[in-house]
Ligand binder design. Structure first.
Ligand code: ATR
Length: 271
């Protein structure tokens, strides 16, 4: 039986077992997908013991995504650029290959759920400079976005992304975020603002062009205040749940040998 898992701390609330469990059943794969709580001090030992424990690989979630990089024998170009690993594959020789599928998940969600959105058409405004922002920025650059305007409350963090990832990234002042929406083709919230239990994202959308697409990586609630406001004024919106679904696709294929299809039914299962 093929075996994979998600590791994190805490990992209790991870939705990955449901996503992968759905596909294991759908495709009749003889496999299992578990969740394992791994403390920071246990990470190295756990990863190094994956082959012996019979794993095909694992997903990595908070707080281990960045720390896991150092324990990989090989990294995908994307994982290197993002500086974090969310998908690990145990190779035939026992070596560990680290990938990051968050950028793919973010982009694929927009491609699948928008009305022919063209990334190359104009500037993207990205709010936030945490781990999720790095994956979004790498994904957008690879899709040919001509310019990314990065806005974060803490200035050093957006500058660090610009320096480390490279490409046409400009940084602006978080306080100016409303007027800086002028001319955007895409607006992305990668901050935690708007998430259940967090503060709201305060953002007047008046300056945002009506043909811009607005997306939020927050999916609880599914329709954030940002998305509802954007929709009310006629902007195309894409909610965040699809990023979670699509980022799981490459891992499932690596471990279980089937490229799974994301279906709407899965959203009900994870929300
Ligand atoms: P993730 O890895 O999920 O992106 P993170 O690294 O904790 O999470 O990043 C959270 C993001 O939300 C950051 O961009 C953070 O801004 P700071 O870098 O200034 O901390 C942003 N964020 C959190 N609370 C915020 C608030 N009250 N106002 C503005 N931005 C906030």
């Amino acid at each position: 039986m093929k075996k994979a898992a998600v590791i994190g701390c805490p990992v209790k609330h991870s939705l990955s077992p449901k996503l992968h469990g759905f596909w294991l059943e759908k495709y009749g794969v003889d496999g299992e997908y578990n969740k394992v709580e791994v403390l920071p001090e246990e990470l190295e030992g756990f990863l190094k013991g994956l082959k012996e424990a019979g794993y095909q690989g694992v997903n990595i979630t908070v707080p281990h995504k960045e720390n896991a990089v150092q324990y990989m024998d090989e990294l995908s170009d994307t994982a290197k650029r993002i500086g974090a690993v969310n998908t690990v594959v145990v190779k035939e020789d026992g070596g560990l290959f680290g990938d990051n599928t968050d950028a793919y998940g973010f982009i694929e969600n927009i491609k699948e759920n928008s009305d022919g959105f063209d990334f190359a058409e104009g500037r993207a405004v990205v709010l936030g400079a945490g781990g999720a922002s790095r994956a979004v920025v790498v994904g957008l650059l690879d899709e040919g976005v001509p310019e990314i305007l990065l806005l974060n409350r803490t200035r050093e963090k957006d500058k660090k992304i610009k320096e480390e990832i490279g490409g046409n990234i400009i940084v602006g002042d978080w306080k100016d975020r409303e007027k800086l929406l002028d001319g955007a083709n895409l607006l992305v919230n990668t901050t935690v603002l708007g998430m259940d239990g967090q503060k709201e994202l305060e953002l007047n959308l008046e300056m945002l062009p009506k043909d811009a697409l607005v997306t939020d990586i927050v999916y609880k609630p599914l329709k954030t205040k940002l998305l509802l406001g954007a929709k009310a004024r006629g902007n195309q919106i894409v909610d965040g749940i699809g990023m979670l679904l699509y980022q799981a696709v490459p891992g499932f294929e690596y471990w279980f040998g089937v490229r799974p299809e994301v279906v709407d039914e899965q959203k009900g299962g994870v929300l």
